[in-house]
Design a protein around this ligand. Structure first.
Ligand code: NAD
Length: 264
């Protein structure tokens, strides 16, 4: 299969979720071999079956159970790609937004720690082991994409402080890694999605109309984003089409972070 990722080996974390699954499908269509990493066997096998059904000519599409907050699990996932020739693209995308995450006063410490462990340490472990793999295989280029959020860029009056802090950390960490590894040819970029139509947010909002309206009024386009719209950006960042894009906060938000007053 030829394509924008032909011959490349990719790992996607949170691969069974909204952005992760759409990205895996696009990566597979563009010729990549993909290791899908997520926390449960059940969601992974359903997601894998969907990819294989939609992209019957795909290369290797394999799964691994991997809690990204555990370094040994991330290391094992990345090292399993040594048999394929090492990782070329690492999409550190797994993340949580906990229902008990709140403001400075009301966020429980255990929720703070859980959120940082998955959203920040998980991304760090992914970056670390991707760099080690790229070096081990003497690669002169590699692309690492880390999922942050628009809340890393703009404040929100509907607080989820642990989540917001975690995404700010992802942004800062990615920027620094981009500079540290630039001469090795390893690019690091952050994806900053707006609120999306994926389970992470939609399950939390449920059918609470007021909660939804509180957000929708700030969207210039008037709608939530779709996971596929994020996946298209990830594909660009993963491929050599973005060979001179490094250390970028890649914002895919329908203009939300650039808006003062939105259309009625
Ligand atoms: P999602 O809930 O659909 O997918 C997240 C996936 O991550 C799930 O499959 C889940 O099982 C997996 N996951 C959770 N904890 C994990 C762990 N410890 N190890 C491995 N996998 C784990 O959500 P999504 O919207 O696709 O979110 C993907 C990323 O995008 C997240 O980092 C999220 O914070 C970020 N994001 C989402 C939105 C939004 O509105 N949905 C907005 C901005 C940023």
């Amino acid at each position: 299969m030829s394509g924008r990722l032909a011959g490349k080996n990719a790992i996607v974390t949170g691969a069974a979720g909204g952005i992760g699954l759409e990205t895996t499908i696009l990566f597979a269509r563009e010729g990549a071999n993909v290791l899908m990493a997520d926390i449960s066997e059940e969601v992974l096998s359903r997601a894998q079956a969907k990819v294989k059904q939609l992209v019957p000519a795909a290369g290797k599409i394999e799964t691994t159970i991997c809690d990204v907050s555990k370094e040994s699990a991330v290391q094992a996932a990345v090292e399993s790609l040594d048999a394929w020739g090492g990782v070329d693209v690492m999409f550190n995308n797994a993340g949580i937004m906990h229902a008990r995450d709140d403001d400075a006063v009301n966020t429980p410490e255990d929720i703070w720690d859980l959120t940082q462990n998955i959203n920040v340490k998980g991304v760090w472990f992914g970056c670390k082991h991707a760099v080690l793999s790229l070096r081990r295989h003497n690669k002169t280029k590699g692309s690492i994409i880390n999922t942050a959020s628009v809340v890393a860029l703009v404040g929100s009056a509907t607080p989820q402080l642990a989540y917001t802090a975690s995404k700010g950390a992802v942004l800062a960490m990615t920027r620094e890694l981009a500079i540290v590894h630039a001469r090795e040819g390893y690019r690091f970029n952050s994806l900053c999605p707006a609120p999306l139509n994926t389970p992470l947010l939609q399950d939390w909002l449920g059918d609470d109309k007021a909660k939804r309206h509180r957000r929708e009024v700030h969207f210039p386009t008037g709608r939530f984003g779709e996971a596929i719209e994020q996946a298209q950006a990830v594909l660009f960042l993963a491929s050599d089409d973005s060979s001179f894009v490094n250390g970028h906060d890649f914002v895919v938000d329908g203009g939300m972070t650039k808006a003062y007053v939105t259309p009625e």
